[in-house]
Design a binder for this molecule. Structure first.
Ligand code: HEC
Length: 168
């Protein structure tokens, strides 16, 4: 067997194993639907919404505020507020707990403090308010049985294609 054939054979075995373990892990939760079943729209779970909507917006808000980019920070604040308004509508309860009330208790005051700091264009106040916001995230995680999801201020930007410094 030449090198290329050996590589392809190896890949085939890997794919077979991956397919088998995927089937097994899916099967462990629920039976796979038949391949000709009508497609069902993907419903975002709470974890999906946190991971894809909340986390990047929390980070962007922090980066913009630290840079003193007030127009961008103001925009990021609107975005994160809208995100939570949408989450509360999409998932009014999480494991029986009222999400709207929890979001309100955890985030309302810190979001107002962030808003005030942005309006005053005060970097030190922003840092304190943003820290309060982050503690609000963690308070909700702790009260909803996810104390191990620990949020902190971003050390660096994870968005190489966005300029957080230029103010327009
Ligand atoms: C209503 C309470 C609540 C608030 C407020 C909240 N979270 Fe969450 N968060 C959750 C719950 C519940 C989960 C676990 C969801 C799951 O796994 O089904 C979670 C999970 C997460 C995760 C893990 C998702 C993953 O797939 O890795 C991240 C990241 C996260 N939250 C970020 C944040 C940030 C940032 C904030 C604050 C801006 C925040 N959350 C505020 C309830 C909350």
């Amino acid at each position: 067997m030449d090198k290329r054939a050996a590589l392809i054979a190896g890949l085939a075995v890997t794919c077979l194993l991956a397919a088998r373990s995927a089937t097994l892990s899916q099967g462990a939760q629920q039976p796979a639907p038949p391949p000709d079943a009508a497609p069902v729209p993907y419903a975002l779970t709470m974890g999906d919404m946190m991971n894809t909507l909340v986390q990047p917006r929390h980070a962007k808000l922090g980066i913009a505020g630290r840079a003193g980019n007030w127009p961008l920070a103001g925009y990021a604040l609107v975005e994160i507020r809208q995100t939570f308004a949408g989450i509360v509508k999409a998932q009014p309860r999480f494991r029986g707990y009222p999400v709207g009330e929890l979001v309100d208790a955890a985030l309302s005051a810190p979001l107002r403090a962030v808003d005030a700091a942005i309006k005053q264009q005060d970097t030190a106040k922003f840092a304190a308010a943003y820290d309060q916001l982050t503690q609000g995230c963690n308070a909700c995680h702790a009260s909803l049985d996810h104390p191990f999801v620990v949020i902190k201020a971003p050390a660096a930007s994870a968005f190489p294609d966005q300029d957080f410094d230029t103010q327009r």
